[in-house]
Design a protein around this ligand. Sequence first.
Ligand SMILES: [Zn+2]
Length: 431
Amino acid sequence: MSAGIEALFTSALGLRPPWLVQDVKLDTGKRRIDFEIGCGEARLSCPACGTVEQPIHDRLRRSWRHLDFFQFEAWLHCEVPRVACSGCGKTTQVAVPWARPGSGFTAAFEALALALCRDLPVRQAAELLRCADKQLWRRIEFYVQQARALETLAGVQIVGIDETSLRRGQHYITVVHDLDAKRLLFANEGRDHQTVVEFAQDLRAHGGDPAEVRHVCMDMSAAYAKGVGLALPQAQISYDRFHVVSMAIEAMDQVRRQEMAQEAHAVRSALGADDRRPLKQLLWGMRRNPQGWSRRQLDAMHWLQRSALKSARAWRLKMALREVYAAARAHNSVGQAAADLRAWLSWARRCRLEPFKKLATTLKERFEAVVRGMVDHRSNAFVEAMNGLLQQAKRAARGFRTSRNFIAIAYLRMSKLKHLPVSPFVPAATK
Ligand SMILES: [Zn+2]
C-alpha cells in the first residue's frame, strides 16, 4: 500500500506513540485486512518497576482480532517487545494499549461482543462476530466478575429471593433482586438456607449491610425463611402474589389429576370425543384466565361449571383467590385484604378438597406475611418482570446452559453493572 495509508490507519485505530501501523495488507478475496503494528522506540520503561530507558531484550509475535473495517475481518499483529531491566533484573513483556493481557481480541472487539450478548443469544452473537461461543462465554464471565468486584451494594433495603432451575426440577439457582433498584444482586447454585447466608456475605463484601435489609419478598420455602432468620435479622417477610397463586394452581391441578384418573371416561363422552382432547382442554382451560380461552376450552369450561365435579370447585377456589388479589390491588387497604383473605381461607378449609385444605393451613400460618404481599404491588409486578428476564437469560444460554454460564449472563443483563466496557459504537457523548 502507498505511504500515508499507514499513518491514516494509525490514527483510525487510535494508536499513539510509540505504537504505529507499519504495514497494511488487504486481501479482497478473503475479505480480510491485516495491520502490522510496530513499536517505534528502541528503549522503553520497565513495565514491572518503571525504570526508564531500558533496552528491548526480544520481541514476541502476537495477533488480535479487531472490529471489522467495512466488512473486512480485521486483525492486528505486533512483535511485542520484552524489556530487560537493569533496575529490577526482570525481563517483562510490555502491555499493549489495544488489548488486555492474554486476550486474542482487542478491547474494542470484546466490548462490542459484550454489548451484543446483552441483547442476543450468545450463540447468535458468536455467529455475527464469526467467533466461537466459548470465546464469548469466557469473556462474559471475566468482565462480569471484574465489574461485580467494583460494584457497591450499599443501601440495599428491599430484596426479592427466588429460585429458578435450569432443567425442570434440577440444577436449582437462587437469585436475589434489589426490588428498589430493580436489579439482580446475587445468583448462586442451591436453594437452601446457606444460599441466603452466602447472599448476606456477598452483600457485606460489596459495602452493603445485611442488617439494613428490612423487607424480603419470597416464596414459602422453609429453607429461605431459615436463611433470612440467620442472615437478615431485621427483615420482615412477605409472600408475593406469583408464588401464592402458583400454589393455588398446583392444588387445583392435584384435584383435577386425581379426579380425571377416575372420571376420564365420563368427561370424554360428555364432551363428545373418545380421545384425550377434552381432558387437555380442561387442563388448559382451568389454568388459563377466561380471556385466553380457545373456543373448545370455552365449551369444556362451561360444561365443567355445570358439572358436579370436584374440579369445578377447585377451579372456583383458584379464581376466587385471584379475585382476592385483584381486589387488594384495587382497594389498597390492608384491612380489606385481610378480611377478603380470611373469607377465602374459611371457604377453602370447608371445601372438602384435601389440597386446598392444606393450602389454607399453610396460608393461615403465614397470614400476616401473605397479607403484606397482597398490598405490595410494586414487588408483585417486579417479581414477575424479573421472571421474564430470567427466562430470556436461559434462552440466551441455549446450548451452553450450565449454572456458571446462566449466572454470568444473568448478571450481565440484569445487574445494571456500572463497570462493564462500553460498546465502541455508543456515541462518545453518552459514554
Ligand atoms: Zn524493572
